[in-house]
Design a protein around this ligand. Structure first.
Ligand code: CUK
Ligand code: CUA
Length: 644
C-alpha cells in the first residue's frame, strides 16, 4: 500500500466507525448499552458516604487543568487549575498566584496539557506529586497530592511544543521533555523556515526533581537532530538507566503535508542512556548556553508564588558524547512508546502501521555491544530493526496509539481508527481479547499501568468522539470516558462518564496512597505572608502613597474591617484577606463590585490578595462568595471611595 491508500483507508475507517457505531438502538440509548453485564451497576456503585477506591488524575487538554475523578464511580471530585486562570478560586487572578503563569513571553494564562505523570519510587507510585505538560508555551507543572494545588511551573527553553512530556524516571530523578517542533536555538531565531535541515534542532530537557521538596530545575538539555518527539517512557528495572522516545518527521520536512513527512517506511524510537549523559556532564562535557525561561514556585508558608527569569542552560552535544543515543527503527509514525512493568519490553505504536512492534531491551544491549547498526542518522547509530525486535503483534487493529499493562503479563493497546481496546500477551505476542470503545479512543489508563506495579482491576478509555453517548448539548458534547472491568478474562464495559476539557492521558492510583496525607488546613501560626492579619486585632488599613493595603480577616461570619473609608480615586487598593478558620472545608470567598479580575477563595489559615482600582466615586459593596455558615449572607461590607 502506498501512503495515500493508507491514509485514505484510515479516513474511510473513521467514517465507517462513526456511521456504524453511532446509530442509537431502539430503546433510544446509545449503541453498546445492551452489552452491559447485569452486575455493571453494582461494580461502579459507591454508596453514599463511602469513598472511591482510586483517584483518577486526568489531564484537561485544552482547558489547561487537571480533573480528579473517583473510580469506579466516575464522579468528578475536583478540577485543579494549572496553566489556566480559574475565576472559581482566583488562581491566576490573585496577586499571590499571578506569578505562576509568568513565562519568558510574559503572562500566559492558558495552555494545552496532555500528559500526567505521577511520582514513583522504584517505578512504583508513591503518591507525592503529579506532573503535567504545557504543550503550547512549553512548560512542566508540579502539583502537590497533599494540597491538590499547583506548586511549581518551569518553562522549557529551546522548545517548540512540549508534547513529549513529562515522563519520569524510576525514582522521580527527572521529568523528561522532548520538543515536538524542532526550532532554531534561542540565539539565532531569524532563519528561513526552509533551512530546517541546517538550522533546526530537537532538544530534550532533563528537569531534575528534588527528592524531598520536589523542587524542579533544568539540569541539562540534549541537542538532537531536528525531528519531532511525540511520546516517551523511562525504562525500569534493568532498563532504568534509559529513556525511550517515539519520533516522527524523521524526513526533517518543514511542512508536514503528507508528501513531506510520513514518506519513510520507518521512523525511529530514540533510546537515551541518561546515566551516561550524567557521566558526561560530570566530566565537564556540558556547555552553558544562553536561554531565557521562567521558573515559578508557590510556597505554602508565605502563600505566594515567585517567578524568576533564568538566563542559561547546560547543553550536551551527542557528537561529543558517544554511546549515549541510539535510534531504533519503528514502523510508520510511532505515537505511543511504552515500557512493560519488567523493563524488558518496549512497545511502539505506529499510527499508520499494521503491526505492533515490541522491542527487547536485552537484544538492544546485545546489538549495541556487537555494533549491529544500519548506518546512522545525523551521526547517531541506527540499530538494525530485526536485531532489536522481540516480535510483532500481527493485525492487532487499526491505528494503535497507546499501551498500558495489566500486571499479568498482558498489554492493552488503544486503537483510534478501529475504536477498540485490544489485550495481548507480551511474551507470545498474541491477541487475547478485544472490546469496542465509543468512539475512537485516544489514551487509556490502568491503575498503575505505566509502572512496575500495575494495580490492575480497571481500564479507562478516553474517547475522542462522543456523539450519541449523552443527552445532546448543542454542537459541542462533553468529552467521554469509559470504564472497563479487566479483572476477568474478558474486558467488560461498566460505565460511561463525561469529563471536562479534552482528556488525553491520565493515571490512576489507589486512594490509600493519598487520602491519609491530604492537607485539611494551613496552620495560622505558620502563616508567613507579609500582609497576613493573624487575628482580628491585627486587621488594619495602611496607606503607602497611592496604595491602600487592607489587612482583612475573615471568620464566620464577618470581615474585619467591614467598613473602609479614606480611599480616593487614583488609589490602588489591595485587599489582603486572611481566613482565620482552623477547620477543614471552611474557605471564605471575597468579591467586590466592578473588580476587573475575579474573586478570591481563601483556604483556612491562608492569606490571598485581590487588587482593585476604583473606577468611580461612591460606596461599593463587597461580600463573601462561599456559603460558609447560616449567616453567610450577612458576611458583607462597604468601601467608600472619595474624589481625589
Ligand atoms: S496524545 Cu492525546 S491521544 Cu497528546 Cu498523548 Cu495520544
Ligand atoms: Cu464566609 Cu460566606
Amino acid at each position: 500500500m502506498n501512503l495515500k491508500s493508507i491514509i485514505g483507508g484510515v479516513a474511510v475507517g473513521i467514517i465507517a466507525v462513526a456511521q456504524i457505531s453511532c446509530k442509537p438502538n431502539n430503546k433510544g440509548g446509545a449503541s453498546g448499552s445492551s452489552e452491559l453485564a447485569g452486575d455493571a451497576a453494582q461494580k461502579v456503585y459507591v454508596a453514599p458516604g463511602t469513598h472511591d477506591e482510586f483517584y483518577n488524575i486526568v489531564s484537561g487538554g485544552f482547558n489547561g487543568q487537571i480533573s480528579i475523578i473517583g473510580l469506579p464511580s466516575g464522579r468528578t471530585l475536583r478540577v485543579i487549575p494549572v496553566f489556566s486562570q480559574s475565576p472559581e478560586n482566583g488562581y491566576g487572578f490573585s496577586e499571590e498566584t499571578k506569578p505562576m503563569l509568568n513565562t519568558s513571553h510574559g503572562f500566559v494564562p492558558w495552555d494545552d496539557s496532555h500528559h500526567i505523570a505521577l511520582s514513583t519510587t522504584n517505578s512504583i507510585h508513591d503518591g507525592r506529586w503529579a506532573f503535567i505538560n504545557g504543550n503550547n508555551t512549553p512548560r512542566i507543572a508540579r502539583i502537590s497530592l497533599k494540597t491538590f494545588r499547583t506548586e511549581e511551573i518551569i518553562e522549557l527553553p529551546n522548545s517548540g511544543g512540549n508534547h513529549s512530556s513529562p515522563f519520569i524516571t524510576a525514582n522521580t530523578e527527572y521529568a523528561v521533555a522532548g520538543t515536538r517542533f524542532s526550532v532554531p536555538p534561542d540565539d539565532k531565531a531569524d532563519v528561513p523556515i526552509s533551512s530546517f535541515k541546517k538550522n533546526f534542532k530537537g532538544y530534550i530537557s532533563f528537569v531534575s526533581i528534588d527528592k524531598n521538596t520536589g523542587r524542579m530545575g533544568i539540569k541539562f538539555q540534549l541537542k538532537t537532530p531536528g525531528v519531532s518527539f511525540d511520546l516517551a517512557r523511562a525504562g525500569k528495572g534493568k532498563s532504568a538507566d534509559w529513556f525511550f522516545f517515539s519520533t516522527y518527521n524523521t524526513e526533517q520536512a518543514n511542512s508536514l503535508l503528507e508528501v513531506n513527512a510520513s514518506q519513510k517506511d520507518k521512523d525511529f524510537i530514540l533510546a537515551v542512556n541518561w546515566k551516561k549523559a550524567e557521566q558526561y556532564l560530570a566530566q565537564g562535557k556540558g556547555k552553558k548556553e544562553a536561554a531565557k525561561y521562567a521558573h515559578n514556585v508557590y510556597s505554602d508558608k508565605v502563600h505566594s508564588a515567585t517567578s524568576t527569569i533564568m538566563t542559561e542552560v547546560m547543553t550536551l552535544d551527542p557528537k561529543e558524547c558517544p554511546d549515549m543515543l541510539y535510534f531504533i527503527p519503528c514502523p510508520k509514525s510511532p505515537h505511543g512508546c511504552d515500557v512493560d512493568p519488567t523493563g524488558q519490553y518496549i512497545v511502539g505504536s505506529g499510527k499508520l502501521a499494521a503491526v505492533i512492534p515490541v522491542f527487547s531491551f536485552d537484544k538492544m544491549q546485545k546489538a549495541i555491544a556487537a555494533k549491529t547498526f544500519d548506518g546512522n542518522f545525523d551521526g547517531i547509530p541506527v540499530l538494525k530493526y530485526d536485531a532489536v525486535l522481540h516480535g510483532e503483534v500481527q493485525k492487532p487493529g487499526l491505528g494503535p496509539l497507546h499501551t498500558e499493562f495489566d500486571g499479568k503479563g498482558n498489554a492493552i493497546t488503544s486503537f483510534f481508527v478501529s475504536s477498540e481496546l485490544v489485550r495481548w500477551n507480551i511474551e507470545k505476542l498474541e491477541v487475547i481479547d478485544r472490546v469496542p470503545t465509543y468512539y475512537s479512543v485516544g489514551h487509556l489508563s490502568i491503575p498503575g499501568g505505566p509502572t512496575a506495579k500495575p494495580w490492575g482491576k480497571y481500564v479507562v478509555a478516553y474517547n475522542k468522539i462522543t456523539k450519541d453517548r449523552y443527552l445532546p448539548t448543542g454542537p459541542e458534547l462533553a468529552q467521554s470516558a469509559q470504564l472497563y472491568d479487566i479483572s476477568g478474562d474478558k474486558m467488560k464495559l461498566l460505565l460511561d462518564f463525561p469529563t471536562t476539557g479534552e482528556p488525553h492521558y491520565a493515571e490512576s492510583i489507589p486512594a490509600s496512597l493519598i487520602e491519609k496525607n491530604s492537607t485539611k488546613i494551613f496552620k495560622i501560626e505558620e502563616n508567613a505572608h507579609p500582609y497576613a492579619a493573624k487575628g482580628e486585632k491585627e486587621a488594619k488599613v495602611v496607606r503607602k502613597g497611592n496604595e491602600v493595603h487592607v489587612y482583612m480577616t475573615a471568620i464566620r461570619s464577618h470581615f474585619t474591617p467591614d467598613n473602609i473609608e479614606g480611599v480616593k480615586m487614583g488609589d490602588v487598593v489591595y485587599f489582603h484577606v486572611t481566613n482565620l478558620e482552623q477547620d477543614w472545608d471552611v474557605p471564605h470567598g471575597f468579591a467586590i463590585r466592578g473588580a476587573l479580575n475575579a474573586e478570591l477563595l481563601i483556604m483556612p489559615g491562608e492569606t490571598q490578595t485581590l487588587k482593585w482600582i476604583p473606577t468611580k466615586v461612591g460606596v461599593t459593596p463587597m461580600y463573601c462568595t462561599d456559603f460558609c455558615s447560616a449567616l453567610h449572607q450577612e458576611m458583607q461590607g462597604y468601601v467608600r471611595v472619595s474624589p481625589a
